[in-house]
Design a protein around this ligand. Sequence first.
Ligand code: PMP
Ligand code: GLN
Length: 378
Amino acid sequence: FPSRLPDVGTTIFTVMSALATRTGAVNLGQGFPDFDCDPALPEQVCQAMKRGLNQYPPMAGVPALRQAVAKKIGTLYGHAYDAESEVTVTAGATQAILTAVLCCVHPGDEVIVLEPCYDSYAPNIELAGGRVVRVPLTPGSFRPDFEAIGAAIGPRTRAIIVNSPHNPTGTVWTREEMQALADLLAPTDVLLISDEVYEHMVFDGRPHVSASAIPALAARSFVVSSFGKTFHVTGWKVGTVAAPAALTAEFRKVHQFNVFTVNTPVQHALAAYLADPQPYLGLAGFYQAKRDRFREGLAGTRLRLLACEGTYFQTVDYSAVSSLGEAAFCEWLTTEIGVAAIPISAFYADGREQRLARLCFAKKDETLNLALVRLTTL
Ligand code: PMP
Ligand code: GLN
């Protein structure tokens, strides 16, 4: 039968992780930590299971978790979401974004994405029958180009997907940039899907400016978070969406026939764990130290470092090292040098070549050291 996604193959993250495993390379490709989470977390999951919290939770999520998330957003970003009608627990950010797209995009609607962008956005829009409108971030700096975004907004524009802190380039939108987006959208009814999965990994004292912190944006936004990134549990696949009640009502119509609910004991564990803000407030310092150690090591190589304001990704320009295309370079780096990376071209529909590769530093210090020893041979 005709494919719904004719141009889609296996994701680059799966491909590079498989190659890293096969070749024994240090895997700095797919974004996940190689260290475990706080043992208190699985302990709390076990306790919830032993307490018999093993049946379906409410469709929108365990109330205690929704309340904890609403409280966190209120404290950090100053927007008071109603836990009952405005916060939904999802099966990670991936399902959150797909569900947000499915609930608002009608066939023929346009959705703007800012390239390079996470690989699930475009297929999500296509599955909804929407048209993907790609606007490049400013080449080199990867900052938003509001003139280009404004020019892309038309009568069929239904939504824009924004991701800050940004995977793969590590840029973090400033308050002025978020405000500029609010100003641009003000005369329109364009919705914002704000992918904020790296919200707690922002460095050098910068703030994370959530869409929820700008009232004009909060009123039109699905704000997406993921516990996988924040608590080092990417395999748990639990996230949240905060959105005004009217948007949440539409979101839940799709959510209930999509996953219906998310793992009960894990939600109870996360609710209890969120009572202490230290683990997420301490995350920026934890990853900043890894970023600094990694960048210091890379400074001795011929790789040119792009700025890394947030996330756990460092993008490098390898043009002084090799004239290979990005995919070929990352494959060579994996098989010959023993370090797996992700080509930035994978985040563009046209696969454009800029001689850039992404390295994930969410790794134990010894893993980073081993990678640096290998990369220093470049
Ligand atoms: N958005 C971005 C920008 C991501 O990097 C990721 C995964 N790393 C996701 C969404 C998906 O998150 P989750 O694993 O919670 O589905
Ligand atoms: N988000 C992670 C990354 O960017 C990987 C997620 C995935 O494997 N799909 O590397």
